[in-house]
Design a protein around this ligand. Structure first.
Ligand code: HEM
Length: 474
């Protein structure tokens, strides 16, 4: 008893909580990373919170995060239960990738997904070619705007999403395809609905889900997405030839076939839908948001835009299409992309982790089952590490000779066991899409329009407010 009491004495401190709501009132759910950073100033880099009945520990700053994500990677590799998603059937061996508990099912699925993404080109030439081709379509769509102001949001979303679609579904979609536009809107809407006060309440008091009210929309949209994905999976099943896997869905159907009869397997039809949905949502919104930040930073920093133009002209020229091999010769453009990921702070609080076993971080005791929030934002903007943490400053990634400089605290994809599964794909896409656009256009704030604002909107990802742009041919 005394030993247990001694360990609990080392549980991280935190603000006081009130019955039922816990410390929820201390939080701004529209920008949780800001609340966390403020609380860390008062309670230190590792502090605790209570959201209704759930105990949370929030990790802040480079040192705490390094210890947790790298040295204690397995200790914090679990994910908490989300009754809201369990209500939709996302649980046990059918929890997809993103929300799966740490264990055999997740490991099998992650290994399979990574190797299948690789087989369909991730890290290989064929996928590079597909991205180059898609970047060409994106350029044409920008060109058709004829230098007039437009909001690039959904065109970029469509282009980025086409890359993951060509891996998972085996095809891309035209930018004016209404059915696909609807699917993209639904994914975006479901991400918005998944954040904020209401989902927290539903997770804390699951019985509320059975009552009528606005929260029913949170449940309805994912159901519609699943219906769309099921249609696509059924079409695949009808034309599937086990000897020739066309895409990720075909490969998954093969695994389902192999695992037939096993109760334990993660390869079942429901999980095919959840995994595809995970790849689709995780692979679209994040990369698309990063590209929108990149263009926004170019609008606000014309001098940096000119330097990128000059480097492209010097290394690639105006006629040849950019390719991945160019990256090593383009330290400035590479630094701009890294700085966009750092300053844009795309997934500021990552996804919730959970302690897989009792553990200790920076001398604090974290018991098994406690939800752990990794405030990546506090590392990407750590004032003790970065020279100009709150400014867009590509020099963060350049040495005195102008060569590219890797930085240890650059963890926009998180790190450790749960590190982003699509990091390599995202890096390829960002370089090719960004460089191809910059080779062809100068981006300008439309005349008589105010400067776009830098304040982000939070919905799992942190994205820029809608803005208009003029893409002038160079
Ligand atoms: C997880 C960032 C692109 C698939 C994550 C996490 C972050 C992240 C922070 C949470 C890691 C954690 O829990 O600690 C990003 C950023 C991207 C990006 C900034 C683009 C700029 C992609 C792409 C894919 C993808 C293109 C698709 C292949 C995933 C998956 C997970 C994940 C499946 C869950 C991994 C797991 O729980 O095992 N990502 N991501 N991401 N990402 Fe990405």
């Amino acid at each position: 008893f005394l030993k247990r009491r001694k360990t609990w004495n080392r549980y991280p401190p935190g603000p006081s909580s009130i019955p039922f709501l816990g410390s929820m009132l201390q939080m701004d759910f529209r920008q949780p990373q800001v609340s966390f950073t403020q609380l860390s100033k008062k309670f230190g880099n590792i502090f605790s919170l209570q959201i209704c009945w759930r105990n949370l520990v929030v990790l802040n700053g480079f040192e705490a995060m390094k210890e947790a994500l790298i040295n204690k990677s397995e200790d914090i590799a679990d994910r908490p239960r989300f009754p809201l998603y369990e209500h939709m059937g996302i649980c046990g061996n059918s929890a997809g990738l993103v929300l799966a508990r740490y264990g055999r099912a997740w490991k099998d699925l992650r290994r399979f997904s990574l190797s299948t993404l690789r087989n369909f080109g991730m890290g290989k030439k064929s996928l590079e070619e597909r991205i180059i081709e898609e970047a060409g379509f994106l350029n044409s769509a920008f060109e058709s705007e004829e230098s007039q102001p437009f909001d690039p949001h959904f065109i970029i979303n469509n282009a980025v999403s086409n890359v993951i679609c060509s891996i998972t579904f085996g095809n891309r979609f035209e930018y004016n395809d209404k059915r696909f536009q609807k699917l993209l809107h639904m994914f975006e809407e479901s991400m918005k609905l998944a954040t904020g006060f209401l989902p927290q309440m539903l997770n804390a008091v699951p019985s509320l889900m059975h009552l009528p009210g606005p929260h029913q929309k949170i449940l309805e949209i994912p159901k519609q997405i699943m219906r769309c994905l099921k249609e696509i999976a059924d079409e695949h099943k009808e034309s599937w030839d086990p000897a020739h896997n066309r895409d990720f869905i075909d490969a998954f159907l093969g695994e389902i076939e192999k695992a037939k009869g096993s109760q334990e397997t993660t390869f079942n039809e429901l999980n095919l839908l959840f995994t595809t949905s995970d790849l689709f949502s995780a692979g679209t919104e994040t990369t698309s948001t990063t590209l929108r930040w990149a263009l926004l930073f170019m609008l606000l920093h014309p001098e940096i835009q000119s330097k990128v133009h000059a480097e492209i002209d010097r290394v690639i020229g105006r006629d040849r299409r950019p390719e991945l091999g160019d990256q090593v010769n383009m330290p400035f453009t590479n630094a701009v992309i890294h700085e966009t990921l750092r300053c844009g702070d795309i997934v500021p609080i990552a996804l919730p982790h959970m302690a897989y076993r009792d553990t200790e971080i920076q001398g604090f005791f974290i018991p098994k089952g406690v939800v752990i929030i990794t405030n990546l934002s506090s590392v990407l903007k750590d004032e003790t590490y970065w020279e100009k943490p709150h400014q867009f400053y590509p020099e963060h990634f350049l040495n005195a000779e102008g060569q590219f400089l890797k930085r240890e605290a650059f963890i926009p994809f998180s790190a450790g066991r749960r590190v982003c599964l699509g990091e390599q794909l995202a890096r390829m896409e960002l370089f090719i899409f960004f460089t191809t656009l910059m080779q062809r256009f100068t981006f300008l704030i439309p005349e008589n329009q105010p400067k776009p604002q830098l304040k982000p909107c939070f919905a799992v990802t942190s994205s820029p407010h809608p803005y208009q742009i003029c893409a002038k041919l160079r």
